[in-house]
Ligand binder design. Structure first.
Ligand code: FAD
Length: 277
């Protein structure tokens, strides 16, 4: 069965992949988009019973060569109202999962454990006026869900999404997503002019360069956006990036007087790792 399953990954587009009959918690791939040689997104069927809060993550994967599921944590990039599930993924060349996952095609099946969890949820924050979503790399995935959720715009007057990547091509998934929201028949009217997108690059030249931590520390972000410096009375933040980014962001946010929240104890900001390592 495994041999069949992995052979199916190589099935050229347009051909129907042969099903792996015993795949547990199987969901069918509906579409795949390759953004760069290191990034892709895909959509799969949504289990009827799956309820989740925008911003949460689930375990997804493929059957491993040893016949056991090979699962990894993935933020659900689609909003909670979407009838399909979207994921935004890295391609790690020798990564146990993504070296194989990057070859999925429509009609293939993946494993999806329907137990969503996570801290990047509205329930973990106190009410506020302005919300910042700070993302680097694939850390934009939970915010791709949250910026498509009407609750975000019902709860906040201003929504600021920052995304920092090495190159412009790495920003493209987020850029196109934000662009599409304005005219989206379902979410467009909630978004209105509340959403502010702030993309930056660290390696390739672009209109705004620099690490988000540096742009926060020297106040550039606030002057660029025309907003006051962070204020625990009205600003809320969610952070999703590497361990280094998260640690630095915590220092900045705590320095401004914001406290870390949790589902059980909402406060002014929440953090989640975009990946381990
Ligand atoms: C809460 C949580 C949510 C996550 N959500 C996502 C998501 O939405 N999209 C996603 O692509 N990954 C996400 N990850 C990472 C994911 O779980 C896997 O690590 C990733 O899919 C690679 O799997 P792998 O088996 O190929 O390699 P692994 O053995 O898991 O990773 C190998 C190495 O690759 C690097 N790496 C892994 N993931 C990334 C990444 N996303 N960006 C940059 N470098 C990375 C790390 O250095 C890691 O040590 C998440 C991780 C956590 C903890």
């Amino acid at each position: 069965m495994d041999a069949d399953f992995f052979m199916n990954e190589q099935t050229p587009t347009g051909q129907t992949a042969k099903r792996a009959p015993a795949l547990p918690d199987a969901q069918t791939v509906k579409s795949v988009h390759h953004w760069t040689d290191r990034l892709f997104s895909f959509r799969v069927t949504r289990p009827r019973s799956l309820r989740f809060r925008s911003g949460e993550f689930v375990m997804i994967g493929l059957m491993g060569d040893n016949g056991k599921p090979l699962l990894r944590a993935y933020s659900i990039a689609s909003p909670s109202w979407d009838e399909e599930l979207e994921f935004y993924s890295i391609k790690v060349q020798d990564g146990p999962l993504t070296s194989k996952l990057q070859h999925i095609q429509p009609g293939d099946e993946i494993i999806l454990r329907p137990k969503p969890v996570g801290t990047l949820v509205h329930d973990a924050l106190l009410p506020g006026k302005r919300i910042y979503f700070f993302a680097t790399g694939t850390g934009i995935a939970p915010f791709a869900s949250l910026v498509r959720d009407p609750e975000t715009y019902e709860k906040f007057e201003q929504v600021i999404l920052t995304h920092t990547c090495r190159t412009r091509a790495d920003l493209e998934y987020g850029r196109q997503l934000v662009e599409s929201l304005k005219d989206d028949p379902l979410i467009g009217e909630f978004v209105g002019d509340k959403l502010h997108y702030y993309p930056t690059t660290t390696r390739e030249e672009s209109p705004k360069m620099g690490r988000i931590t540096a742009l926060l520390r020297d106040g550039t972000l606030f002057s660029d956006l025309g907003v006051p410096p962070l204020d625990p009375a009205c600003d809320r933040a969610m952070v999703c990036g590497s361990m280094g980014l998260n640690t630095d962001m915590k220092e900045i946010l705590e320095g401004a007087g914001l406290r870390e929240g949790a589902n059980s104890d909402p406060a002014e900001y929440v953090v989640e790792k975009a990946f381990v390592g």
